[in-house]
Design a protein around this ligand. Structure first.
Ligand code: URA
Length: 490
């Protein structure tokens, strides 16, 4: 009997290396005993043989299956996967025979692992740690008991979404620590190591109540399965009995009520939910609120994947002035509102000087998801490409159809291309009223973030004044009915 002791429950690399050596040395599965750690289970077993004999390359498909199935908690998984690997010698098409006992068992393990990973993405709840490090980066911790060994597998999802923060996810078998630069996997931990409560609890409760769909309630699944496995770590769990109790009346009310927009906070994690049926040309949104909701499920391009959420436009549906920016930035992506970061501050200041009340305007972006690349812990803005602008234009068209602004102000080249449907020379056309094919008017000006990038104070001041002049021209145009230049675009 050959004994193989793997370093940990998730030592997939160790299993691969050992399985390869065993297979090359012609050691049949019945002669191998697998275990984890130094648990004494291998007393009396022979050591792993040196690699010898025929070279062997495992097919990618079996390694892919093993990478998932080996994260299951089933004790016999290492043996099961080695048996499959062994049999591939004489049955090269084995993995295609899904009725085979071994293969179907491995596929079942894989599916359970995928489900456990998905549940982890959905049900991990972070609490703020009160004592932030010296650089004051916000730090969060979460306790979770995954059904299988999926912590490492689930982590890239959290790193993508919380790259700028620090976080730890503690589980009974391992812990993950992201310090803003690198992810480290360490020992298992205890629930008491995570703070019990913080201000975000209320956010989660409010969010859950807003996304809870009484019409889809399955009390049996919710109470018997979810309560047992997940509720105790969910701050919103205490709201569930009340929500179930009132589900029937709320479902009836939902049928009778037109859709409303979720709060920005509620929208924040909507992007993680499965897409619903998309609105289409045949079934366009009937209100600004419906657009705000549906944007969370937009799959017209790939930008939703790395964004926290879609950032819809905001402002009155009766606004006569619509501003279109390029795309949400880092803060907008986190807060779910347009122009609330540094460019937004510049924009607000210029609006103030031009005598325009932002509350009266509809403010949106050409592209509704934040396109960026990770550079260390920072998420750096990336300009959306023409395909992304084109894909997102459907939403802008819906906003234009519903708001019917008297004037659209395009802030910068991307916005101008989206508004006019073709590239525009911003510096040549800025500040002029241009007519659009739908009968509306548009004015092109610079993007406020351009002003932020000017290094020289005098140049910045001059550019700011010109920007304010363009906004004043926009304000004047919303009070007039005639088009200044007949330049048909769009
Ligand atoms: N830049 C934009 O174009 N839009 C925003 O919402 C923020 C920054």
């Amino acid at each position: 009997m050959i004994g193989v002791s793997l370093a940990s429950q998730t030592d997939v690399a160790g299993w691969r290396a050992a399985a390869r050596r065993l297979r090359m040395a012609g050691v049949a599965p019945d002669a191998v005993r697998w275990s984890v750690g130094d648990d004494g289970g291998l007393l009396g077993a022979d050591p792993l043989p040196d690699a010898a004999c025929a070279p062997f390359t495992a097919p990618a498909a079996v390694l892919g299956l093993a990478a998932n199935a080996l994260l299951h908690k089933a004790e016999g998984r290492f043996d099961l996967m080695y048996r499959i690997l062994w049999r591939l010698k004489d049955e090269p098409d084995l993995l295609k025979i899904v009725t085979d006992d071994g293969v179907s068992q491995a596929l079942r393990l894989q599916k359970a692992v995928w489900q456990a990973e998905h549940k982890m993405h959905a049900f991990v709840r972070f609490r703020r740690v009160d004592d932030p490090p010296a650089d004051e980066t916000e730090t969060y911790a979460a306790w979770f008991e995954p059904a299988h060994y999926v912590l490492e597998k689930a982590c890239p999802f959290f790193v993508r979404r919380m790259a700028n923060l620090r976080f730890s996810i503690l589980t009974p078998y391992a812990s993950a620590v992201w310090d803003g630069q690198a992810l480290q996997i360490g020992k298992g931990a205890d629930r008491s190591q995570v703070p019990a409560e913080d201000a975000r609890e209320d956010d989660w409760k409010a969010y859950f109540a807003s996304v809870f769909n009484p019409a889809r309630l399955n009390p049996k699944v919710m109470v018997q399965h979810m309560a047992k496995h997940y509720w105790r770590n969910l701050p919103e769990a205490e709201t569930i009995p009340g929500l179930i109790e009132h589900a029937a009346s709320r479902a009836a009310a939902m049928v009778a009520t037109p859709p409303t927009a979720p709060s920005p906070r509620a929208r924040k994690t909507l992007a993680q939910r499965e897409p619903r049926t998309a609105l289409t040309d045949d079934a366009p949104p009937e209100s600004i609120a419906a657009i705000a909701d549906a944007i969370q499920f937009c799959r017209r391009c790939d930008l939703w994947r790395d964004a926290t959420q879609g950032v819809p436009g905001e402002g009155p549906a009766t606004a006569s002035l619509m501003f279109v920016g390029e795309q949400p930035g880092d803060l907008e992506d986190l807060r779910g509102r347009p122009f609330v970061g540094p460019a937004g501050e510049m924009f607000d200041r210029a609006l103030g000087e031009a005598g325009i009340d932002r509350e009266d305007c509809y403010v949106t972006n050409a592209v509704k998801h934040f396109k960026h690349e990770l550079r260390g812990k920072r998420r750096l803005h990336k300009t959306p490409n023409s395909g992304e602008v084109k894909a997102c234009r459907w939403w802008l068209d819906q906003e234009r159809r519903l708001v019917k602004p008297r004037l659209i102000v395009a802030l910068g080249a991307t916005a101008a291309a989206a508004v006019f449907g073709r590239p525009m020379a911003v510096l040549k056309t800025r500040g002029q009223a241009l007519s659009l094919r739908d009968g509306g008017q548009a004015l092109v000006t610079l993007h406020p973030s351009y002003l932020l990038r000017l290094p020289d104070e005098a140049a910045r001041r001059a550019a700011f004044n010109n920007f304010v002049d363009d906004l004043k021209a926009a304000k004047a145009l919303t009070g007039r009915s005639s088009t200044v230049h007949a330049q048909h675009c769009n």
